[in-house]
Design a protein around this ligand. Structure first.
Ligand SMILES: Cc1cc2nc3c(=O)[nH]c(=O)nc-3n(C[C@H](O)[C@H](O)[C@H](O)COP(=O)(O)O)c2cc1C
Length: 453
């Protein structure tokens, strides 16, 4: 790799909806399993994210956050939760730390794991589109190291098959959607600049889309437009509930399963999401835990990702994010060639949080490259927090002074930017009552003094 290259495309700013990103690198949403027993943000987690923001990453995104109480009861290991104000305290500390170090904060929000979720009470049935359809991992399709990793610990073996499922009723779907919209508003108040609706990887949103996991015969199942309904309704509701921030959606570009979702269908879905007013589409790949190989891609199974980016970009006007390209020379060229707009990087930012700073400083050859050995993931699967042989500081950032927060700086907003940009509607207000906007009436006059931009 030559250090003469200026990486001007990676380092150029871009707008997603109302949010300006200072460069094209996003921390891919990864559940780094550093949350606490009740789904709260911990100091270990906050300082891990701080290191990625300090390293120049424009958009620092959380892993999937369980956005309803029901979702929080069927998790996979440990996950962040956000469905009441108690969760906001830690998440606000998290967004403040990201902003302090100059990054934008993204919350990846999900309505749940559906059939991929596991309750601590193993007698419970996982809420899903269809009853009696637990998942089962296809071991040969697993990413490198994972099948071996799974076989060394007895406890995680229970995750190779899912819990038995029950069919969610239509009334339950509607109440879950409403609670989720409220939780996304709590994310805005917690200081997130971006909400990413989680739609890939065989989670509940994806399960409704796929004919492999959705066997319903009502308005949420059957033909394609009915299977799209759950996710497109969620997108409409979040767009309405959170007008002041960027809202995007991550989806799998295709399922890689016989009879599963095709790229053509997923492009059609992406066009619907654009028409609803979403600000970006982020592409991952694969059917989820049954077909893990495209979710946590090895080098071969990530090669086609830019082609997906190109196909979606041709069909859309909003920015397209693609994941799992780690080589900055290739990323810069892909962006220059218009194949996609933003690069989401996962494991490569576990190993080298200074990735962007090194590119900006002309020190690209000092970037420590990820070998995709998946030790990080294996540790998560066993119930530990991740670690990396080539980055001894990973997971120990909490012990390092350089990632601590200091006195409030001029660029930090006193009120969340998402609240100042546009007032959020009250979701429970009776229709005959007048909307009162506290932000409009009382705070907007001081916006100039409080805004970060
Ligand atoms: C430990 C771990 C946890 C992950 N958790 C999530 C998640 O919560 N949400 C999501 O959309 N993708 C998740 N992913 C997938 C990543 O976002 C990313 O798409 C994948 O790791 C491939 O990119 P990479 O090669 O840059 O790591 C996770 C990946 C890893 C390794």
């Amino acid at each position: 790799m030559t250090d003469k290259k200026d990486f001007s495309h990676i380092l150029s700013p871009i707008k997603i909806g109302p949010v300006e990103l200072k460069n094209r690198i996003m921390l891919a949403p990864m559940n780094e399993t550093m949350s606490g027993v009740n789904g709260e943000a911990t100091e270990q987690m906050i300082s891990y994210f701080a290191a990625r923001a300090k390293g120049g990453t424009a958009l620092v995104c959380t892993g999937a956050i369980m956005g309803t109480k029901l979702a929080s009861e069927f998790v996979w290991g440990r996950n962040l939760h956000l469905f009441h104000q108690g969760h906001m305290q830690g998440l606000n500390l998290l967004t403040e730390r990201i902003h302090y170090f100059g990054g934008m904060a993204g919350a990846q929000m999900t309505i749940g794991f559906g059939r991929q979720g596991h309750s601590y009470d193993h007698h419970k049935l996982a809420p899903a589109p269809t009853a009696g359809l637990p998942y089962e991992v296809t071991m040969p399709s697993l990413p490198k190291g994972i099948a071996e990793g799974w076989s060394i610990a007895e406890h995680p073996r229970s995750w190779i098959t899912g819990q038995m499922t029950r069919e969610m009723t239509i009334a339950e779907i509607h109440s879950e959607q409403k609670e989720f919209a409220n939780s996304c508003q709590l994310a805005v108040v917690s200081g997130f600049d971006v909400i990413e609706i989680h739609g890939p990887h065989g989670y509940l949103e994806h399960q409704f889309l796929s004919p492999l996991s959705n066997k319903r015969t009502d308005m949420y199942g059957g033909e394609w437009r009915n299977r799209k309904r759950f996710l497109t309704e969620v997108a409409e509701q979040i767009r309405y509930a959170c007008p002041g921030i960027a809202v995007g959606c991550r989806i799998s570009a295709e399922e890689h399963m016989q009879g599963g979702l095709t790229e053509e269908e997923m492009i059609d879905l992406a066009k619907d999401l654009e028409a609803i007013g979403l600000d970006y589409i982020s592409l991952s790949d694969g059917a989820g835990y049954e077909e893990g190989g495209h979710l946590i891609a090895d080098i071969d199974r990530s090669k086609h990702y830019p082609e997906h980016g190109e196909a979606f970009k041709k069909a859309l006007k909003i920015p397209v994010i693609v994941t799992s390209q780690h080589d900055p020379v290739k990323i810069d060229k892909n962006i220059a060639d218009g194949r996609y707009d933003i690069q989401a990087i996962g494991r490569q930012l576990f190993i080298d949080p200074e990735y962007v700073n090194k590119l900006a400083a002309g020190k690209a050859k000092d970037i420590v490259r990820c070998k995709r050995c998946n030790m990080c993931l294996i540790r998560c699967l066993t119930g530990l927090t991740p670690a990396c042989a080539d980055n001894p500081n990973f997971g120990r950032e909490y012990a390092m002074d350089e990632y601590k927060i200091g006195p409030r700086q001029a660029h930090e907003s006193l009120l969340p930017i998402g609240m100042l940009t546009a007032p959020m509607p009250a979701l429970d207000r009776p229709w005959w009552k007048k909307e009162i906007s506290l932000i409009n009436d009382f705070f907007r006059p001081v916006q100039g003094r409080t805004a970060r931009h």
